[in-house]
Every structure is written in C-alpha cells, then in structure tokens.
Design a protein around this ligand. Structure first.
Ligand SMILES: [Zn+2]
Ligand SMILES: [Zn+2]
Length: 362
C-alpha cells in the first residue's frame, strides 16, 4: 500500500481552557517501538467538551487545576490505519502496515504501584491521549503517534464506517455495566442517555434485566433509548420519576442505578429511587459538587456505591460486541465533521440537542 507520509498535518490543539485551535503541525516522527496511525475518525467526548470549558475537580472547598496539560492535540476516541512502525514496534504490538487499530485512551506509565499490580487504568501518572502530551498526543489530527507503552487493539473489518470511534466509549460502558453486577430480573435504571448512556443501555439489555429504564431530559434521546432496548423511558421534566419507578417495583425502588449525566440532580435522583441494598454506579465527570445527605448510603439503605473510571481490560469485549452487532454504533454516531469544522462540531456535541455522538474526520 502507498504510505507516503507528509511532513505537516492539521490538528485540533488544546492550548488550555477556552483555547482550542486548528493548527498545522509536524507529523510526529516514530521512535523505537512507536506506531504512526493515519486517523480515520475521532469522536468528541463529553470529557473533551468539559476540558475545553475548563472543568476542574472539587475537593471540599479546594478546586484542583484543569486536567488537561496544554499544549496537546485533543482527542482520545480515535481509530485509523497503521502507516509506519518504529524499530521493534511490529513485534512489540503484533502489527503490520495497513492494519486498522485503536489505542486505549490511557498510556500507562508501567512503573507506579497501580500499573505494577495490574490496575493500569488508575495509573498515578495518568497520561491520557488528548489531555496530557507527555507520552503521546491525541487523535483529532490527520496522524497520531502511539508509543511503545500504548495498549493497541486491532479493529476487525466487520466494524465498519466510523464505528471504530465508538470503541473507546463502549469499552468504558462495559466497565461501568460490569461494576453494576446486574442479575437476571433486576430493575436497572440508566440515568442519562447520551452516547455513553445509550451504549450502557444496550449492554445492560444483554444482561437480561427484568426491567430496563432510561432517563433523560431530551425526547430524541428517550426515543432512541426505546429503540435500543429500554422498556420504559422517563423525562424528569414531564414525569414524576420517583413515583413511576416505585409503581413498577411495588414501592421498593430499582435494584441498580447507573449514572452518567454529570449533574448533581442525577445523583440525588438515583439515591431516591434505589431500593435498600441497591447498587449505584457513578461514571460522570461533574462541573459542580453534589450535596446530599450521606446517611441514605449507610443508615437508611445500606447501598453499594461503585465508581467507574475508564475501561480496564474491556477493549476486547467492546470490539467483539461491535463486530458481532450485539451493540450498535450507527444510531449513536449521528454527525461527522471535517477537522476544519471542529468548532461547530464541539458546539453541537456540547448542546446535544440534535446529536448523540459527533465525530471529526480528518
Ligand atoms: Zn471518551
Ligand atoms: Zn502507572
């Protein structure tokens, strides 16, 4: 195949909150163990939108600095074709020129306590494509360099169109749903039907719950939730969610609540509608702190509260489910834009009224 690689490329570069720019930058050089990938598409994540908006972490009254370390090429939901392999990369990653690949969003340091005990997704250094440049840039560019520390997965031909860009969020969704330990017959509620919520909904369906309920504020997303397997969809702007959930659970509440909205109201809603001894999985990134009476968790309901972060060991499952059509990416990827229209694409992803998942196509 023809693998002529230009010297320069277009990329969406994050220079800090509120300062993303389309730039022409050098195509990265491959060093030992590196892989150069020509990007086919890169999804815009809620994390990208929040990074651009300057999202910080709250720790009591103390606000942590933004999590991106500029300058860095944005984007972690990318896939593409291998066009160059550094020395030893073919053996190290088991790849050939022309393979279609994606890489896990985190590039583990391999040295910290978490990496060494196998909990690489919680790596203390925490370099993620598109947020921290120390090891590698992101995929909102014509090319992305993957390092020898990257965890690279082949994308089979049966994953068509831009569906390769949904592997990362799907892998995260798999982890969240696994954390929920859904049992046959459970009443499962998915709070928030954005891209990741709709993926979790499809995955939760595969667990054969007794009843699958989706909650969102937008009618379009609720309709799609029904199409993708929800038995009941509820809109808190119109429905009394607590009352409806109690009606269908003989007044006990749901067994499992998986939360994705990033809105404190969604947390409180979950704590209200869960039954005693129920399970709450939190995946969201918030832009403000949540205030709630914690006695609900212990004294009142003895809940299981599980966090979920990234996608440990779940990329192969995500790829397999997409390849087999057990999870559908087409209804989720609603819009694609060329890199030049990144700003329009980000705005559309942020508003989320028209779109579910927006991808950039170099
Ligand atoms: Zn993502
Ligand atoms: Zn580490």
């Amino acid at each position: 195949m023809d693998v002529r690689i230009p010297k320069k490329m277009k990329a969406v570069v994050c220079h800090g909150p509120h300062d993303y720019r389309l730039e022409e930058i050098p195509v990265p050089q491959v060093g030992d163990g590196d892989v150069l990938v020509k990007v086919k598409a890169c999804g815009i994540c809620a994390g990208d939108v929040k990074s651009r908006a300057g999202a910080s972490m709250f720790w009591g009254d103390e606000i942590q600095p933004p999590y991106n370390k500029p300058p860095v090429v944005a984007g972690h939901e990318f896939f593409g074709t291998v066009v160059a392999l550094g020395k030893g990369a073919k053996e190290k990653h088991g790849l050939d020129i022309g393979d279609t690949v994606t890489a896990e969003q985190i590039v583990p340091c391999g040295k910290c306590r978490f990496c060494r005990n196998g909990s690489y997704w919680m790596c203390e250094v925490h370099n993620i494509h598109g947020f921290q440049r120390e090891v590698a840039d992101g995929g909102m560019a014509e090319y992305v360099r993957l390092s020898d520390r990257d965890i690279i997965h082949k994308v089979p031909e049966s994953i068509t169109g831009y569906n390769g860009a949904i592997i990362e969020p799907l892998a995260c969704a798999v982890h969240s749903v696994e954390r929920a330990q859904i049992r046959f017959g459970d009443v499962v509620v998915i709070g928030g039907l954005g891209p990741i919520g709709l993926l979790k909904l499809q995955l939760a369906r595969l667990k054969n719950p007794g009843l699958l309920i989706g909650i969102d504020l937008r009618e379009k997303r609720l309709e799609l939730g029904k199409e993708l397997g929800a038995d009941i969809v509820l809109n808190p702007l119109e429905d009394d969610v607590k009352q409806r959930v109690m009606e269908v659970t003989d007044g006990y509440g749901c067994d499992v609540y998986i939360h994705n909205t990033g809105n404190p109201k969604g947390v409180i809603q979950g704590l209200q509608i869960l039954r005693k001894l129920g399970t709450f999985v939190e995946f969201s990134v918030f832009t403000e702190p949540t205030t709630v009476d914690w006695s609900i968790i212990g004294d009142r309901k003895e809940l299981n509260i599980y966090g979920a972060h990234l996608s440990p060991y779940t990329y192969p499952i995500a790829i397999d489910f997409l390849a087999k059509g057990l999870v559908k990416g087409e209804p989720i990827i609603t819009h694609s834009f060329p890199l030049e229209q990144w700003e329009e694409a980000f705005t559309m992803a942020e508003e989320g009224t028209e779109s579910i998942k927006v991808v950039l196509v170099p």
